[in-house]
Design a protein around this ligand. Structure first.
Ligand SMILES: Cc1cc2nc3c(=O)[nH]c(=O)nc-3n(C[C@H](O)[C@H](O)[C@H](O)COP(=O)(O)OP(=O)(O)OC[C@H]3O[C@@H](n4cnc5c(N)ncnc54)[C@H](O)[C@@H]3O)c2cc1C
Length: 498
């Protein structure tokens, strides 16, 4: 792959033609695994380099089974490289479709492993823009099992391909090559017994999938190339999460229950959020979110009291009576960051970024895993496109495009939150017009079935944002009646239309 517009494919470059084609993926989490899966169709060999050490598959299975039998946070313990694993990870419908396209049968595997499937708005007691949602039949489903389980199942599928090799317990510490071409990575072993020596691993293509803490911009500068321009919007949002067992009979974990969870969506007037969602082991993961200056506490006593900030006491009452099963875990690095490798600059051929390393979102919108999967689909399509040579820049643009809708949602909402900072936090006149329309959409979503369906399809990355402006939806948003919504949190379903 070359950086500019000449026409040789990356397959034909590098060391020794097709026999030597080698792709290295830095980071063995979701984005890295899925990129490796796609690259295996184009390279002789794909090596995933991962800093953490993964448990052997048999060990992971045993740990998972132990978790399913009742320990907190489902067996596979969160590993150090993905501390976000202790927090809820919803898999949006756009991500489910992308995963299924990449790994046929995956969603069935996930369901068979017990991942709860939650219908929106039917199964959740949800508050947004001052209203409770009518719990009408679902127009979309999210999966709410643990992130560790999703990753484990993807890892199992991807590593079953003999041309994909995992080198774990090994950190990438730099790039090989120069400003015109990346030729591999510099590695260092980690863990007990590691001697700290560095070694080189040659590659025709290097893909950075090392997540939100990526050091690739520094590695690029070190080989004489240019670091990407970074766009940031940071609301200072923090998470605090704790696992509970419902002992009140209010929440269950499958469709036979009256309700599966709670969801209070923050907005600029009411910046506190909570989400309580089922996990695959029959427990619920409860998470508060709050902005800079009033972050949710990680102290166990204070955690529960934070619920008093919410617009209704229903979650506080539930939490007081439910059984806590874990300590409280916090998380603070939630800024939206987009690295513009697609823009012109001194960029080497043979280097790509994907997943959180390319574009990181405020996690409250639940998009990162879906975007990792959508990006792998974009990589697949860009590499297979017979009409266009997959130059580095072209493929990088396709990867960025796969994250654009998620960025528009996350950055668009966050720049209006109080205290948002960063070079992309500027509200432009066009944002104000769109903001006026979107506020009306949000106000109508809890009661209006047409608007609600369109809003959910865009938010779950299943349909483009333009779905919110389809004539039927625009009529309902601009001229439709305001549908009545429940006065109190609806703890049971509503038989009305979806
Ligand atoms: C609090 C929180 C909640 C979230 N909730 C949701 C949600 O509800 N839904 C959703 O879809 N997404 C959510 N996300 C986002 C989601 O976690 C990520 O988008 C997803 O894990 C895919 O990320 P990734 O593979 O790009 O990076 P990561 O998952 O961060 O993985 C990066 C990997 O690279 C490895 N690594 C890092 N540096 C090196 C190195 N130098 N050498 C080798 N390996 C390295 C790490 O060990 C890790 O395995 C949330 C994120 C956070 C922070």
């Amino acid at each position: 792959m070359n950086s500019g517009g000449t026409d040789s494919r990356w397959e034909s470059e590098g060391s020794g033609g097709s026999a030597g084609r080698h792709a290295v993926v830095v980071g063995g989490s979701l984005a890295g695994l899925l990129a490796a899966h796609v690259l295996a169709g184009h390279a002789q060999r794909v090596t995933i380099v991962e800093r953490d050490r993964f448990p052997a598959e048999a060990e992971a299975e045993a740990a998972h089974d132990a978790g399913a039998a009742g320990s907190t946070l489902v067996g596979t313990a969160p590993r150090p490289g993905v501390p976000q694993s202790r927090h809820p990870h919803v898999l949006l419908e756009g991500g489910q479709l992308a995963l299924e396209a990449l790994l046929p049968g995956f969603m069935e595997e996930l369901r068979a492993a017990g991942a709860p499937r939650v219908g929106m708005p039917e199964d959740i007691v949800q508050w947004q823009s001052g209203r409770w949602f009518r719990r009408v039949p679902a127009s979309t489903h999210i999966h709410t099992g643990s992130r560790a389980q999703i990753e484990r199942l993807i890892r199992r599928r991807v590593l079953a391909n003999p041309s994909v090799t995992l080198v774990d317990g090994t950190e990438t510490v730099g790039l090989l090559g120069d400003a015109s071409r990346v030729r591999g990575v510099l590695l260092r072993e980690r863990g007990d017994g590691a001697r700290g020596e560095q070694r080189e691993l040659a590659a025709d293509l290097v893909v950075d999938a090392s997540g939100r803490g990526t050091k690739a911009p520094r590695w690029l500068t070190a080989v004489g190339a240019e670091a990407p321009h970074e766009e940031t919007i940071d609301t200072g949002l923090a998470y605090a999460s704790r696992v509970y067992r419902d002992t009140t009979g209010t929440l269950g974990t499958d469709a036979s229950a009256a309700a599966l969870g709670f969801y209070v969506v923050p907005n600029p007037d009411q910046p506190y959020g909570v989400v309580v969602l089922p996990l695959e082991d029959g427990t619920h993961l409860a998470t508060f979110s709050g902005l800079r200056g009033d972050e949710p506490p990680t102290d166990e006593e204070e955690f529960e009291t934070y619920a008093k900030r919410l617009p209704h006491p229903v979650v506080h009452r539930w939490m007081r009576d439910a059984e806590p099963l874990s300590p409280v875990s916090g998380f603070r690095r939630t800024a939206n960051v987009r690295r513009r490798y697609d823009l012109p600059g001194r960029r080497p051929a043979g280097f790509l970024a994907t997943g959180d390393a390319l574009c990181t979102f405020n996690p409250i919108y639940g998009q990162g895993m879906a975007v990792a999967a959508l990006s792998a689909v974009a990589l697949r399509d860009a590499l297979a496109d017979p009409r266009r040579t997959p130059t580095t820049r072209r493929v990088q643009k396709a990867l960025l495009a796969a994250s654009r809708q998620a960025w528009d949602i996350s950055a668009g909402a966050d720049k209006k939150m109080p205290g948002a900072v960063g070079n992309a936090a500027v509200v432009r006149p066009a944002d104000r017009v769109a903001g006026w329309y979107l506020r009306r959409v949000q106000e109508r979503t809890p009661g209006d079935p047409v608007v609600g369906r369109a809003f959910r399809s865009a938010l779950t990355l299943k349909e483009p944002l333009s779905a919110l402006f389809a004539p039927k939806v625009a009529r309902a948003v601009l001229f439709g009646p305001a549908f009545p919504t429940p006065e109190e949190p609806p703890l049971t379903r509503d038989a009305g239309d979806a």
